[in-house]
Design a protein around this ligand. Structure first.
Ligand code: OFO
Length: 174
């Protein structure tokens, strides 16, 4: 059984995961209309994964005797200056999500809710992986700079990254 405090904290995280999904969906659309097929595929995959993270939390709350709350979401940014600024935003957002997960873990310890604490360990690992992927991508973008040929190859390679990520036993990254 989840306490009211834990339920409220988990519901807050449900909203954050839903907003993450929307943020990446908006990024996918931006990339798609710009003809960046690889980046669009990557972002669509990420968006789906965030939705899965949300659903996993929803099921947990409901199965533990609580009631998952589906709330209104903030509208995501839909325009980006450059590919680099978009991925910088992605990394910043993932760091924000990691902080939120850490705070949630902290609450479970204060509340002595070890079942929820255990459940959240998957999210802790997932965030480490997602931040690492975002940093690797940004390193690549920085290396490419303004080189159009490099950008073409990057767009092709990142598609491959989504395929590998979606097939990973962790259920995907970023
Ligand atoms: Fe939900 O994993 Fe990133 O944000």
């Amino acid at each position: 059984m989840v306490s009211n405090i834990i339920q409220e904290a988990l519901n807050k995280q449900i909203r954050i995961e839903a907003e993450s999904s929307q943020i990446y969906l908006a990024m996918a659309c931006w990339a798609e209309v710009k003809g960046l097929e690889g980046i669009a595929t990557f972002m669509y995959t990420q968006s789906q994964e965030e939705r899965d993270h949300m659903l996993k939390l929803i099921k947990f709350v409901n199965e533990r005797g609580g009631h998952a709350k589906i709330s209104q979401l903030d509208e995501p940014e839909i325009e980006f200056e450059t590919i680099k600024s978009m991925f910088e935003l992605l990394l910043k957002h993932e760091i924000f999500v990691s902080t939120s997960i850490n705070e949630l873990v902290d609450i479970t310890l204060k509340e002595k809710d070890y079942a929820t604490h255990n459940f959240l360990q998957w999210y802790v690992s997932e965030q480490i992986e997602e931040e690492a992927v975002a940093r690797t991508i940004l390193d690549k973008i920085n290396m490419i700079g303004d080189d159009k040929g490099g950008l073409y190859l990057f767009d092709r390679d990142i598609q491959q990254l989504s395929v590998v990520s979606a097939a990973s036993p962790q259920g995907g990254a970023v």
